[in-house]
Design a protein around this ligand. Structure first.
Ligand code: GAR
Length: 196
């Protein structure tokens, strides 16, 4: 059975595009919906242009009421009956109430070599720490932020002249290799860790 994938984005969605581009041919999964908390997300316009269903659930009307926001997300998702959720630059923290029912079926990509640098500004923090390497991680999502079993990592060197912007661009290239490769294996039932 083909696996149905929901992709969550908040911004431009370059990782989403890489995932969608790979889900063809003998890939065990297909994209069924792109979900965003941001109606203006470039990723939503792109998905619509591709003929992929989209759902926008703006978080702002819900204020601090995360449970109500997540109930609306759930309702939107239910219309598409996904098997797998891929967070791809989705910049809202999801609580245990939303995450726990998806245990083992929700993936995220994070721009650091987890467990290093959870949270934001990972590239700047890696440079400031004097690290020799940086990279990205695809992991299963658990209620803890940027935690959960690692499915794959890609490593890049940090160069002496790197700024947060140049390093982030180099990591993003690897994100576009790593995330599709991990999802392809995951959808086929392979959860062995992949290192690029
Ligand atoms: C990516 O670098 C992704 O790793 C990061 O946001 C960017 C989204 O770019 N995600 C996080 O920081 C999540 N904690 P994209 O919209 O072009 O894929």
């Amino acid at each position: 059975m083909t696996k149905r994938v929901a992709i969550f984005v908040s911004g431009g969605g370059s990782n989403m595009r890489a995932l969608v581009a790979d889900m063809v041919g003998d890939h065990a999964a297909r994209p069924v919906v792109v979900v965003s908390n941001n109606a203006g997300a470039g990723g939503i316009a792109w998905a619509e242009a591709q003929g992929i269903a989209t759902e926008v659930v703006d978080h702002r009307p819900y204020g601090e009421d995360r449970a109500a926001f997540e109930a609306a997300l759930d309702a939107a998702l239910a219309r598409h009956a996904p098997d797998i959720i891929c967070l791809a630059g989705f910049m809202r923290v999801l609580t245990a109430g939303f995450v726990s029912p998806w245990a083992g079926r929700m993936l995220n990509i994070h721009p650091s070599l987890l467990p290093q640098y959870r949270g934001l500004h990972t590239h700047r923090r890696a440079i400031e720490a004097g690290d020799a390497t940086h990279g990205c991680t695809v992991h299963l999502v658990t209620p803890e932020l940027d935690d959960g079993p690692v499915l794959g990592q890609a490593t890049v060197p940090i160069l002496p002249e790197d700024t947060a912007d140049t390093l982030s661009a180099r990591v993003l290239e690897q994100e576009h290799r790593l995330y599709p490769a991990v999802l392809r294996r995951f959808a086929a039932g392979n959860t062995q860790r992949l290192d690029l």
